[in-house]
Write a protein that binds this ligand. Structure first.
Ligand code: IFM
Length: 446
């Protein structure tokens, strides 16, 4: 075991999202969103809904206290668009904004830097009915929503992330139908949904910057290094195509104003003159979500002729994802090499495990502790090697509503009893608190 140290002034905390934790879906004038409709259509695999989830809408003071006790100095949460502008466009619901106002004040009082994310998947249903991310009609409403939220919170919130994981929205929501709004429209829809999110993001970044100085503006992308399962040329080509779709449309869009060469022809039908300038923006901070590598193979009939291959891994989470901390180290180093080492932070990293409440009432989640330790070590190593990584926010503070998997997957370092709402810090919470306190992690380095 070796001890690795984190940079000074490191951001420590967790990320959450509105739909996954807040509950209170009917409270204070909130409008319907695409995930309400998806759940009502019976598409959540365990039959649960987010109607109560963690009831964070009411219990947030307790959650802020848990963050403070863990030593967090940062917290990324998302704003629910349907709380703020219930129909997606038009009337602003000040009661919806009041909730975030209270939360921000509570965080600041606790010494925790609030980092907001404007879109973590809860698109107002009327906007979906008008075409959603498949059309350009969503771009101006998103910019207007960004303006409204910033007008209320930018005096206290300095970190503004536009989107969370636009690739997941596009692929799972519009391409293969596993997420809301549940379309199985394939490749062109995926690329359109990605491009329109890029455009909406560019418009929102400019809208906020035009009215507020001194903010740190950015976005959050989940980067997963794509590798072929072996050296077969078909598999190598499939991994390259998947990398273009999964990683590069979003990343090169905002950082370089570039459409990946591999996709340029397919996107030519809907990319308009001036779009590449519109999607590029000199962001201050990029949030990177990392869960694992993607090991790909060629498979006919799958989007972009690519599908998950053999990950050659012997550690897996309850999501069925391989545990590959070295992928995080590689990702940060490759990012530094290829993109000029701009400031990044880990905006999500964590694991679902099938936790058990032990006889002593505690949750001895040794696998999650090992997961966090190994990924934190990867981040510390990357920082020591010159990567400009500014912080680590785990996913997630609380067990929560894991989208199509409902309440069946637990990602929290704090357990939530969904019947009583009771929070119980797990061993991983204590572990993370100790890392934050010491600024060091013990790493398994042979
Ligand atoms: O729960 C999600 C989150 O909303 C986005 N990133 C991945 C997490 C785990 O699946």
């Amino acid at each position: 075991m070796a001890s690795l140290t984190f940079p000074r002034d490191f951001l420590w905390g967790a990320s959450t999202s509105s739909y996954q934790i807040e509950g209170a879906l009917d409270a204070d004038g909130r409008g319907p969103c695409i995930w309400d409709s998806f759940a009502a259509a019976g598409k959540i695999l365990d039959g649960t809904t987010a109607a109560t989830a963690c009831d964070h809408y009411h219990r947030w003071p307790e959650d802020v206290a848990l963050m403070k006790a863990a030593g967090f100095n940062a917290y990324r949460f998302s704003i629910a668009w349907p709380r703020v502008i219930p129909a997606g466009t038009g009337a602003v619901n000040s009661k919806g904004l009041d909730f975030y106002d209270r939360l921000v004040d509570g965080l600041l009082e606790a010494g925790i830097r609030p980092m907001t994310c404007l879109y973590h998947w809860d698109l107002p249903q009327p906007l979906e009915d008008a075409g959603g991310w498949l059309g350009r009609g969503v771009i101006e409403p998103f910019a207007e929503y960004a303006r409204v939220v910033a007008a209320r919170l930018a005096d206290r919130v300095k970190d503004w992330m536009m989107l969370n994981e636009p690739n997941v929205v596009a692929i799972f929501g519009y391409g293969v139908g596993e997420h809301a709004p549940g379309y199985t429209l394939g490749e062109e829809a995926i690329l359109k949904a990605l491009h329109h999110q890029n455009l909406a993001q560019g418009a929102a970044l400019r809208a906020i910057a035009a009215e507020h100085a001194g903010l740190r503006l950015g976005t959050v992308i989940n980067l997963q290094p794509c590798r072929a399962e072996d050296e077969a040329p078909d598999n190598v080509a499939a991994a390259a195509r998947w990398d273009a779709v999964w990683n590069r449309v979003a990343l090169d869009g905002v950082l370089r104003g570039r459409i990946p060469d591999l996709l340029a022809e397919r996107m030519a039908g809907f990319v308009q003159p001036g779009d590449t300038e519109r999607i590029r923006y000199p962001i201050d901070l990029l949030g990177i979500n990392y869960y694992s590598r993607m090991t790909m193979k060629a498979e006919a009939g799958k989007p972009f002729g690519a599908f998950w291959g053999d990950a050659h891994c012997d550690r897996w989470t309850h999501m069925g994802w391989p545990v590959q901390p070295d992928g995080l180290y590689d990702l940060l180093c490759e990012f530094k090499r290829d993109y000029g080492n701009p400031a990044v932070y880990i905006a999500e990293n964590g694991a679902a495990y099938d936790d058990v409440v032990a006889a002593d009432g505690r949750i001895h989640d040794a696998e999650r502790v090992a997961f966090l330790r190994d990924h934190l070590a990867a981040v510390a190593r990357a920082a020591a090697d010159g990567c400009n990584v500014k912080g680590y926010l785990c996913w997630s503070l609380l067990d929560n509503f894991e989208w199509a998997q409902g309440l069946s997957r637990r990602f929290g370092i704090v357990r939530v009893d969904y019947d009583s709402g009771r929070r119980t810090p797990k061993d991983s919470y204590q572990f993370f608190r100790d890392v934050i306190r010491t600024g060091e992690v013990e790493a398994n380095i042979p």
